[in-house]
Design a protein around this ligand. Structure first.
Ligand code: C2E
Ligand code: CA
Ligand code: CA
Length: 757
């Protein structure tokens, strides 16, 4: 008996030591408290081992001391443990300090026992032939029991209170400890009163230590987790199906039943319906995510099905689950976003970017088929918008889009490139030029009673081998539009080598302009202007370019290019300066002639023309009236008010302002009365076109009369014959310019001519 218990106690001590060691090294916060408690449980067991294991009184007495002092340590560590263990419960944060003081006092009074003998003594007894030293308790021992039981009761109370207040799920955690403490406490009490020599309740101490160890460090509220996880699974928005290894469905959440329309909570039926809804392969067995599309009653549903194997500890298949997510909305949204990003909002056609990528793909995938790129431009769209309103404008754009749609066949790609431009790419042979030309010749937009003719031009570029950049192809198609001269009768233009050459020419000439001015390759030519008596009263300065490579260049070769890109400003400034230089010289030589210079509408955009010209005449010290300013009526096209003020300012400064090319554009005689000009230049070219010479004559006559009446001098240019000169003179014209007198000539030549006269 004694040996048996000695061995049991020894084993318990080892077990407790091991638990204490492990707990000490645990990463859990409660580890230290558990370690201390398990270590504290060792002394009472060790004490008892000594008590029962020795036949000598002194050892038994030492055993009792270890036992009792150990009990104080147990109580102390139990307090610490309780605080740590119950931390999460919101109760029992801390014990009052006097509890610890009491424990200290008790330990001290026990230690005084060898001197005072007030606490306990031992007596030898014989039980079943074996010697034991039994405890003889005295006052100090009763105090000790009072303290320990008191504290123990306090701890029990703390656990009890927590159990009453905590949720059911956590109750387990506390009640097991409480039950263990009550059982082992009673067991211990029984031994105290039984006065049996062997305290078997020490076994309880050991078991208690192990329980504490397990519950504190390894126990997880599995029931709680189960509940939570199954709640999550039940309530998640995806349908969940759990299968056993034989593919039998064993659990389905609400969404799963809803998806399979199984109402009687029959899992197996739900599993079967699921397979019927999709297919067998979703039970594929491996971890996978698959997509499935389901068509039911005209509705299309998109699903993402994730399957996952579940294995046990030994990696054997324990079953699998399927998580089915309805991604229909997501899919629709994606499709919508995709559509929005690739389609024009107003017309529903492809956007430019998308059209370009589509065309690039088609061209690379079908390189053997000759394709054309078509640039569609609505010519007078701004007028449509201004006159009929943007709503009608939008409608017109949609109508044009519909027209393109109507003619598009399979393999045609088309889209809206921008405001009033569209792009098309189609096989060359599919483009029916005649048919389109006819349709475009009377293209009308109708809405209710409103009807408006829109002018649509198509620029065509034939895709050549090696073409890759779609935007460049469209640029070329666009460029070809500039070759359309008779815009009401021609609607289709092709990009050809001529245009290609023109583009290269534009680029070359523009790049060289600055240098050409610096090197004086640009020179003013002077064309005489005569009066009614045939005397040369002045000249118009006209630019010429003596190009080192291309030779003599007339203005038509470069002026329109610079008018377009704004570089005309540089040309004109240079020409004004040249004119001033010449005038300054003439003034010195005592000549009276004036020089007219041209001012392009672009100059008014980019320059402060008035300041610029005033500064020039001041710099060269010439009389402003010697410098005549030629403007065209296009200058008045926008911001007429402001432009008129500028012309007025020029006139007030003493300059003579001339209206060039009168009759070529939209100007009317009526407009003349408001125009702040001194001279009207009427171009014979505009009149010569007319087949009815008599009519032309009448018009010129009237213009001259009217201008004379308004106090504006009339100048006819383009006078080529003596007859013209005489007739015009009779009509009252006082100034003349034209080949009849002389062509524009170099300055020196002009001066020599003057000299000779
Ligand atoms: P424009 O200002 O109307 O100049 C008159 C044009 O008519 C000149 O052509 C001149 O040579 C031409 N011409 C003169 N008499 C006759 C004639 O009897 N018969 C015919 N058929 N033509 C005649 P040019 O010099 O080739 O200039 C063409 C246009 O280039 C000018 O028309 C003008 O608009 C522009 N231009 C010329 N130099 C300059 C310049 O320095 N600055 C600006 N902005 N434009 C210029
Ligand atoms: Ca002119
Ligand atoms: Ca002119």
């Amino acid at each position: 008996m004694r040996i048996t218990f000695s061995i049991i106690f020894l084993l318990l001590i080892l077990a407790l030591a091991a638990c204490s060691y492990i707990a000490h090294h645990s990463h859990r916060t409660i580890g230290k408290a558990v370690s201390l408690l398990d270590a504290a449980l060792i002394p009472p067991v060790l004490g008892n081992l000594l008590i029962i294991g020795s036949s000598r009184s002194i050892i038994a007495i030492v055993g009792y001391y270890i036992y009792f002092l150990g009990m104080d340590l147990v109580m102390y560590s139990l307090l610490t443990f309780t605080v740590a263990y119950c931390r999460g419960s919101g109760k029992g944060q801390r014990f009052p300090r006097f509890v610890y003081i009491l424990l200290g006092v008790d330990a001290v009074q026990l230690l005084l026992n060898p001197l005072t003998g007030h606490a306990f003594a031992t007596e030898a007894i014989v039980v079943e032939g074996t010697d034991y030293y039994r405890l003889v308790p005295m006052a100090g021992q009763f105090f000790h029991r009072l303290v320990d039981y008191g504290i123990f009761a306090g701890i029990l109370l703390v656990f009890l209170v927590i159990i009453l207040h905590t949720t059911r799920i956590y109750m387990e955690k506390y009640s097991i400890i409480l039950a263990a403490m009550i059982v082992f406490g009673l067991w211990q009490t029984f031994y105290i009163f039984s006065r049996s020599p062997i305290d078997r309740s020490m076994v309880g101490f050991g078991v208690f230590g192990l329980l504490i160890f397990y519950f504190s460090l390894y126990y997880r509220p599995l029931r709680l987790l189960d509940r939570m996880l199954s709640d999550i699974a039940s309530e998640m928005s995806d349908a969940l199906f759990v299968f056993d290894p034989s593919s039998r469905c064993i659990w389905v959440n609400e969404q799963g039943f809803a998806l399979t329309s199984v109402s009687d909570r029959d899992q197996e039926a739900a599993g079967e319906r699921l397979v019927a809804l999709f297919d067998e392969t979703i039970l594929g067995g491996t971890d996978q995510v698959v997509r499935r599309v389901v068509h039911t009653g005209g509705e299309t549903g998109y699903y993402s099905i994730e399957s996952k194997q579940v294995t046990d500890d030994r990696r054997r298949t324990a079953g699998f689950y399927l998580r089915v997510r309805d991604i229909t909305q997501e899919q629709r949204r994606l499709k919508q976003e995709m559509y929005d990003a690739t389609h024009d909002r107003l017309t529903g056609l492809y956007t430019r970017e998308y059209l370009y990528t589509q065309i690039a793909e088609t061209l690379t995938s079908r390189p053997s088929v000759p394709h054309v790129i078509i640039f569609v431009d609505v010519k007078n769209f701004k007028v449509v918008n201004d006159v009929f309103g943007t709503q009608f404008g939008d409608y017109a754009i949609c109508s044009i889009a519909d027209w393109i749609r109507k003619h598009a066949k399979d393999g045609h790609l088309y889209g809206r490139l921008g405001g009033d431009t569209f792009g098309i790419c189609c096989p060359k042979e599919a483009f029916d030029r005649e048919m389109i030309e006819t349709e475009l010749s009377h293209f009308k937009i109708r809405r209710g009673t409103m009807e408006h003719t829109v002018l649509i031009h198509l620029g065509i570029y034939e895709v050549a081998e090696g073409d890759t950049d779609v935007s460049v192809m469209f640029d070329r198609a666009h460029l070809s539009l500039s070759t359309i001269r008779d815009e009401y009768n021609t609607h289709i233009a092709y990009y050809d080598n001529e245009i290609r050459g023109q583009v290269l020419w534009d680029q070359e000439i523009s790049a060289q302009l600055e240098n050409a001015i610096r090197e004086r390759q640009l020179r003013p030519y002077l064309q005489p202007i005569a009066d009614a008596q045939g005397r040369i009263v002045g000249a118009e300065a006209l630019v010429r370019w003596h190009h080192p490579k291309h030779g003599f260049l007339a203005p038509y070769r470069f002026i329109p290019i610079f008018e377009k890109n704004g570089m005309i400003v540089q040309v004109d400034r240079y020409m004004w300066r040249c004119a001033c230089e010449i005038l300054a010289r003439w003034q010195k030589e005592g000549r009276e002639q004036f020089i007219s210079v041209n001012i392009s509408p672009k100059d008014f955009y980019f320059l402060d023309v008035v300041t610029e010209i005033r500064a020039l005449v001041a710099e060269y010290g010439i009389e402003p009236s010697r410098l005549r300013i030629e403007i065209t009526e296009t200058v008045m096209m926008d911001d007429a008010e402001n432009r008129m003020q500028l012309l007025d300012a020029l006139r007030r400064s003493g300059f003579v302002v001339e209206m060039d090319d009168f009759g070529s554009g939209f100007s009317s005689l009526n407009m003349l009365k408001d125009m702040p000009v001194d001279v009207l230049k009427i171009d014979m070219k505009f009149l010569g076109k007319s087949s009815n010479e008599a009519k032309s004559r009448t018009i010129v006559k009237n213009i001259i009369h009217l201008s004379n009446e308004l106090g504006i001098l009339a100048l006819t240019e383009g006078v080529e014959t003596q007859v013209q000169y005489e007739v015009l003179s009779e009509m009252g014209c006082t100034l003349f310019q034209g080949y009849y007198f002389a062509k524009p000539m170099p300055v020196q030549e002009f001066e020599e001519a003057l000299h000779a006269a």
